[in-house]
Each structure stands twice: as C-alpha cells, then as structure tokens.
Design a protein. Structure first.
Length: 262
C-alpha cells in the first residue's frame, strides 16, 4: 500500500473529483481512497479511467457504510461500488465504522465471501479500537490488513500505533492535517519554516516517520502537489521529538455513533 494517498471525503462535485483523481495519479500518486458514504465513487472511477495510468498500478480503496453491514447488504452494495468505480475488484475494502448494522460474524462473513470471489484483495476496518480489531480477526478468513483512523500530530493515537506495531496491522490516517488545525500550531509552523516546507508537509512527514500511511484530502492541483512533495521531506530527530512533545489534543471526528470507548 503506497504510504501517501489521495483522500476524497467531501469531494462531491463530480467533475472536480474526477479531475483531482486524474491529476493526482498523473502526478505520481498510486493510492486513492473513497467510500460509499462519500457519494463520489462514480467520479473517482471516471478519474481513474481518464488518467494515463494503468489500473493495476493503482491501490484503490473504498468503505462499506454502517447502514449496509448486514451480510446481504455488504455483498450487494460492494458490487454496486465496483460498478460505480468501473473496476472488477478493489485493493482494499473497509468496514467504515463498528456501528449501525455491524455484526462481526455476519458482516465479516460477507467480506470473506467477497475475498474468495476475488472482488476484494484485502480486508480493512476503520475507526476500530484494539478490542474491535481482535474481535474482527476471530471471524476473518484473511488478515485484517489495515485500520483507518483519525491520526495527526494533535491526535497521535499512541495506543493504536503501539497495538498496530505489535500485530502486523497497517494504520491509515484520515484527516492527517487535523482539518487544517496543524496550520495553527506554533511548533509545526516553526519546523515548517526551518525546513522550507509547508505545515502540511511537516505533518505528513511526521506521520511517515511513524510508519503511518496518510490520505490527505485535496482538490486543487496546488494542494495535491504540496502534499505529494512531502515525500521528499526528511525530518531530523529533533523535529520529530518536538512534534511528539505537542500536548494539544484535538479530535476532529466524533459522530454520535462512534465507539463508546473513545
């Protein structure tokens, strides 16, 4: 899984979404993230088809929404997602939240079936706490490949990162820029200035140092490129330690159906 991807949350203007996906892929991105709930899978598929990049070179991920997590609904809506995306499989299919119609046995049995049929290559979860991941593993016939969670310098998710490191689980950070709040943090802006980089690049580079995949949302070519160029930024140990020492905490995503343990 490429360690930097393009997030598409709230990119719901179809033409803009397709163009941002095409732009990102032709710039060098090889990881595109979407979801049923984003209502842009068709536009993402159009961008994928229009880009001068082979489908087999792209890591494509989508997610099943909480109202569609019964066994039969997972099968039906995933097949609909594949049709909208214009592909015969996705590289990673997530359970979006352990909420709503989620039932570990019934939901994951559908993921097992989709895996056996070759419609998904990897099984992922999103917004899962360690106990949810362990429960999912009990029912999955394939590895739980990734957990996609909110993760950024203002929400470093130490427990989840430690758990992932000890269980061969990839972490994927959504909202890796804390919905823009990293631009207001003095430590990050100071480090950015010292490295002739943007605060976004500093935050993404810090996450990369932690072994975390990031999927920052971007629509304009300028922002897509700024995030892409974070790959060339190497933070020294002092900069990483300074970001580690940030004590400000700010969870930006907390719907009423989030796990009680949050």
């Amino acid at each position: 899984m490429p360690i930097l991807g393009l997030g598409t949350w709230e990119n719901d203007d179809a033409d803009q979404c397709a163009e941002s996906v095409r732009t990102a892929l032709e710039m060098g991105y090889r990881h595109i993230d979407t979801a049923q709930a984003y209502r842009n899978e068709q536009a993402v598929g159009r961008g994928l088809a229009e880009a001068d990049v082979d489908r087999e070179d792209v890591f494509l991920a989508t997610k099943v929404w909480i109202s569609e997590l019964s066994h039969d609904d997972v099968i039906e809506t995933t097949e609909n997602s594949l049709e909208r995306l214009g592909v015969d499989h996705v590289d990673l299919l997530y359970i979006h939240w352990p909420s709503g119609e989620y039932d570990p046995e019934g939901t994951i049995s559908a993921f097992n079936q989709l895996f056996d049929e070759g419609k998904i290559e990897r099984f992922g979860v999103s917004n899962f706490e360690p106990e949810h991941v362990e429960e999912a593993r009990e029912h999955a016939e394939m590895p739980v490949f990734a957990n996609q969670v909110e993760l950024h310098p203002l929400l470093p998710q130490d427990e989840l990162r430690e758990f992932a490191a000890g269980t061969d689980l990839e972490l994927v950070a959504y909202s890796p820029l804390a919905r823009g709040q990293v631009f207001e943090n003095d430590t990050i802006t100071d480090i950015a200035e010292a490295h002739d980089a943007s605060p976004a690049q500093v935050s993404l580079a810090w996450l990369r140092e932690k072994g975390v995949t990031t999927i920052p949302k971007a629509t304009s070519e300028a922002h897509i490129r700024d995030n892409w160029e974070s790959i060339g930024l190497e933070l020294d140990a002092e900069a990483v330690d300074r970001i580690d020492a940030i004590r400000e905490r700010d969870r930006r995503v907390h719907p009423d159906f989030a796990p009680d343990t949050w």
